[in-house]
Every structure is written in structure tokens, then in C-alpha cells.
Design a protein around this ligand. Structure first.
Ligand code: G4P
Length: 524
């Protein structure tokens, strides 16, 4: 196979949803089709169980497992598919956002009864920002569902994207009969016990009375609804989808493995091949001969007895080769990667090559941080992996004076992993940890103790937001920092950060200093 053919057969995507809409179930069913797993339930264990005594203990328990499910690669109908797992828990949304920088498209799962939920909206905002093509899968049609037309309206309004159904449900809940696949003009009938192995019935002409033989009285309703669909929604145009302007919609029931193969078949045909990536210097095309890639995730200390970390690298261009020397641009240092791993059919194995779209796991002893660029030598810096301005803050104190070195190292590495952000107050020199969720503080404390043998204490800090500041006028900046000295801090890279204790204080500062730009992500 040529280099170009290898690129063109790759589909790298993420499945996202509000918790409980069916992301895990759908992922698992897709893997079953790809032969990547043999039994249902294999992915399920990677989920934070509802009602677990402590969410975070559960996260800890799952951490070892989740490295295997972070990236799931499999072959299907000549395509190489890479599914990137995203954590469902909202305290880990930053992780999800970062993972979305490594995908070329996204499938959004929506619960047919609940419709668009808050987390779905947030995730869609990220996709919109990056112009990531999205497909919507309306799940749980075997349960009583909302009217499909009002669901379409809701998706359009709340996710702010045009929709185009490519399949249409025939009833729902106990009366769910199946779906008509508009994309390839076929009928698929739902039988709860048979779990989706029913054949598709090619059905070009839905006006044929034969339709009644299959679905009885629902035939007439289906005809009317399909006519309405054709009248209301624009003709499906793949370009529109690829540009992120239009979301094709499919219906099904992941639990019953219904509509999943239809989704997969359409997905491999319409979803984008690896897309160009943006760096500060230039746009990088996947077809370029030379290798480039970036680190979007670090998974550390899976085995506490070995300080093992895995850096997940997305290959953006060129062919990655094992044992070749590649450069970490941030460190200006070259490395030989001797045991890169890929995740195929649920097994982690050493790979000789990887192509654009692929994700490789690179064993790391502390050389990588999130956002690092790896290349063949060229100096470029990948963009799009911002830290978000945190919303929860605590002072962090050493609780065991004998272990201050361990604490510093632990905090440093956890920050590299992107668990939280560290700031140093310009006023009193104290260290402040900022996170997007409450859970991270527990995770930090626990991991510091168990992985670094260090103890920390948190002290409450009433703070609204930390934002990065910038101005074209150095004097204004100096004045600002002088006036707001008590609220100034430095981030890990030494950049100026304004810590506002309330929305009011932030607003006041913004009104007072019009020549200062306040940024709510670290990349500006
Ligand atoms: P998530 O990853 O998006 O959080 O959702 P997940 O797949 O875990 O699904 C959440 C619950 O919804 C699960 O039930 C799952 O079995 C159920 N579910 C998923 N897809 C469908 C569907 O198409 N139809 C129906 N009826 N249910 C579906 P649970 O009781 O929370 O978990 P479990 O005990 O069944 O594992």
C-alpha cells in the first residue's frame, strides 16, 4: 500500500456525549464490528460506576485499564479506524477537550428521550471552534423517545448546527419498528432479541405497498414523514459536513446493536481522512513526507512501582518510524523512540511504523509534557492545546517537611500531565493549584501520596477566575501589575496571570484597563 493510500484509509475520531447517553455502549458495539473485542462488556469496565462510594477512587481503580481504552484501533472494510476515548466525568472535561484536538471527526451521542444535555452543548462548542465535522447518533430508540422532528429542532437550536437526517425512525419505545436508511435506501427492522444481525432490506421505492407487509400501519406515517424530511432539510452535501456546517443524523439503539453498523458504514464513507494541522509557523499537511506529531495526553505511573509514563502522540504528517531520531522542539533535543506502541484490537503492541491519523504511545521518563511537538528536525509548534482558565483554587502546602523534594517533583509531573495548573502568587509567593473540577484536588492529594510519597494540604482560596493578561503597551502592563499586585501570579511558564476573586473584580479590571487583553485560555 502506498503512503497516500495508508493516509486515506484512516479515520480517527472521538465519541462524545453527556454521561449516560450511551457513549460506552456505542463504542463497544463499534469495536465488536471491528473484531477488536469479542464480548460485550469489555469497554464497560472503563466507566465510573454510578453510585460508587467515591468517584475518584473509582477513577484510580480504572486508571490502569483506561490506558488500554484511551485509543482503540481496528480494521473495518479496508479502513483503519482509531477511536479516541474521552472521559465522561465533567470534572475531566479538559482532558476531553485536549483529546478532541487529536481527532479528525466526532460522533455525538444523544439520548432520544432527554435530547440535548448541558455536556453535549459544551462539547459541541469545542467542535464548532475547531470546525470538526460531527455526526449525531440519536440513541435509545427502543425506549419512549421525543418526536424526531422536535429532536431535530432541538439539536439545530442548541448545538447551533444544521442537521440532515440520513436515517429515520419508525416509531419508538415498545412500538419501535426500526429505521429507514435514507443514505442507502434500505429498511432495517428492529427485533430486540436478535441484536442487529437482521439483514437490511433494500427498499428503493417506499411508495410500494410492500412496505405495509413489513411495518403495517406505520408505513403511511413513514412515507409522510420522509416526504417532510425531504421538504424541510437540505439535500445532504458531504462538503457541508466536512466543513463542520452540517451534521448528518442517524437513529438507533446501541444497547441492541441496532443502527450501529449503518452508522459505521456511512461513517467510513463520509468521515474525513486525516486533516491538516495548524502550527504557529505553518499549516502541516498529512501527505508531507517528513514526520510531525504532538503530545495530547500523558498517562503516568500506571504501575506505581515503575515510574512509567506514556505520552500519546498524534501523527500529523509523514511516516513515523521506530528507532529513528526525532526532535522534541520544546527541549531542542532529539530522541530515539525504541518502543512505540499502538493499540490494535485491544492489544498494546510495539509498532515499526505509524501513519498520519494514528496515535502512538511513547514510553516516557519525564521528557514530554502535554502540547509538545515532535518532528524530523523542523521547528514548528502545534497550536490548539490550550489550558483553560481554571475556576477552583486552593493554596497547596507541604504537609511533610521531610518530603519537600518529592512534593515538588510530584506537583511538577502532575501539572505536565495536565491534571491541574500551578500558579505562584506574586504577592506572597505561595503556590496555588487551579482546576476545572473539585475532583482533581482529591486526585492530586491521593496521587502525591501514593506515587510520590509526599503529603500535601490544601487551603481554601476564594477565587473566581485566573486569566492570562497581555498588552501592546508595556507601560500599561507595568501599571496594571503594580496596581493589582495582590492579585497577580505567574503560571508555570512564567506568564502573567490575573487572579480575580469575583466576576465583579474582573469586570472592574477590564473596564479600568481597556488596553489590556484578558485571555481565558492559555493560547492566544
Ligand atoms: P455513557 O458511556 O454515555 O455514560 O453511557 P453508557 O453507554 O454507559 O449507557 C448508560 C446506560 O444506558 C447504561 O445502562 C446502558 O446500558 C444504557 N443504554 C445505552 N444504550 C442504550 C439503548 O440504546 N437503549 C437502552 N434502553 N439503554 C441503553 P445502565 O443501567 O446505567 O448500565 P448497565 O447496568 O446496563 O451497564
Amino acid at each position: 500500500m502506498t503512503f497516500l493510500e495508508e493516509i486515506n484509509r484512516r479515520r480517527t475520531f472521538g465519541i462524545v456525549s453527556h454521561p449516560d447517553a450511551g457513549k460506552t455502549t456505542l463504542t463497544e458495539k463499534l469495536l465488536l464490528f471491528g473484531g477488536a473485542i469479542r464480548v460485550a462488556g469489555a469497554v464497560k469496565s472503563n466507566k465510573i460506576k454510578k453510585g460508587a462510594t467515591s468517584d475518584f477512587m473509582e477513577i484510580e481503580r480504572q486508571r490502569g485499564i483506561s490506558v488500554a481504552t484511551s485509543v482503540m484501533g481496528f480494521e473495518y472494510a479496508g479502513y483503519k479506524i482509531n477511536i479516541l476515548d474521552t472521559p465522561g466525568h465533567q470534572d475531566f472535561q479538559e482532558d476531553t477537550f485536549r483529546t478532541l484536538t487529536a481527532v479528525d471527526s466526532v460522533i455525538i451521542v444523544i439520548d432520544a428521550a432527554k435530547g440535548v444535555e448541558p455536556q453535549t452543548e459544551k462539547l459541541m462548542n469545542v467542535c464548532r471552534m475547531r470546525k470538526t465535522p460531527v455526526i449525531v447518533f440519536v440513541n435509545k430508540m427502543d425506549r419512549p423517545a421525543q418526536d424526531p422532528f422536535s429532536l431535530m429542532d432541538e439539536i439545530e437550536e442548541q448545538l447551533k448546527i444544521k442537521v440532515r437526517p440520513l436515517s429515520w425512525p419508525i416509531n419508538n419505545g415498545p412500538d419501535f419498528k426500526g429505521v429507514y436508511n435514507i443514505f442507502n435506501k434500505s429498511l432495517k427492522l428492529f427485533t430486540p432479541d436478535i441484536q442487529g444481525i437482521e439483514e437490511r432490506i433494500k427498499f428503493e421505492d417506499i411508495s410500494s405497498p410492500e412496505l405495509e407487509d413489513y411495518i403495517g400501519d406505520d408505513a403511511e406515517i413513514l412515507r409522510e414523514e420522509l416526504e417532510l424530511v425531504e421538504g424541510v432539510y437540505p439535500e445532504y452535501e458531504n462538503e457541508q459536513y466536512l466543513e463542520g456546517n452540517l451534521a448528518p443524523v442517524f437513529f438507533g439503539s446501541a444497547l441492541y446493536n441496532f443502527g450501529v453498523q449503518e452508522l459505521l458504514d456511512a461513517f467510513v464513507k463520509i468521515a474525513p481522512t486525516p486533516r491538516p494541522s495548524f502550527t504557529e509557523e505553518r499549516i502541516i499537511n498529512p501527505e508531507e513526507e517528513k514526520f510531525t506529531g504532538f503530545v495530547f495526553k500523558i498517562h503516568a505511573n500506571i504501575d506505581p512501582n515503575h515510574r512509567s509514563r506514556i505520552a500519546f502522540v498524534k501523527v500529523c504528517s509523514g511516516k513515523f518510524e521506530r528507532n529513528k531520531m526525532y526532535k522534541n522542539i520544546r527541549l531542542n533535543k532529539t530522541f530515539r523512540i525504541s518502543s512505540p506502541t499502538a493499540f490494535m484490537a485491544s492489544q498494546k503492541e510495539i509498532v515499526e511504523f505509524a501513519y498520519p491519523g494514528d496515535i502512538i504511545g511513547v514510553p516516557d521518563t519525564g521528557n514530554f509534557i502535554i502540547g509538545d511537538t515532535l518532528t524530523d528536525g523542523e521547528t514548528v509548534h502545534f497550536k490548539g492545546l490550550p489550558s483553560f482558565s481554571p475556576e477552583m483554587f486552593r493554596y497547596i502546602e507541604n504537609a511533610d517537611p521531610m518530603k519537600s523534594k518529592q512534593l515538588a517533583k510530584g506537583v511538577d509531573q502532575l501539572m505536565d500531565e495536565g491534571v491541574a495548573q500551578l500558579f505562584t502568587s506574586a504577592f506572597n509567593g505561595r503556590k496555588i493549584i487551579g482546576t476545572v473540577g473539585q475532583l482533581q484536588f482529591e486526585v492530586i492529594q491521593y496521587r502525591l501520596e501514593h506515587e510520590y510519597n509526599a503529603k500535601c494540604r490544601f487551603e481554601t482560596l476564594q477565587m473566581h477566575k485566573a486569566c492570562w493578561i497581555e498588552s501592546d503597551d508595556p507601560e500599561v502592563l507595568v501599571e496594571f501589575k503594580k496596581r493589582k499586585h495582590q492579585r497577580m501570579a505567574k503560571d508555570k511558564l512564567g506568564r502573567d496571570v490575573f487572579m480575580a476573586d469575583s466576576q465583579f473584580i474582573l469586570q472592574m479590571a477590564q473596564d479600568e484597563f481597556e488596553d489590556i487583553r484578558f485571555h481565558f485560555t492559555s493560547e492566544f
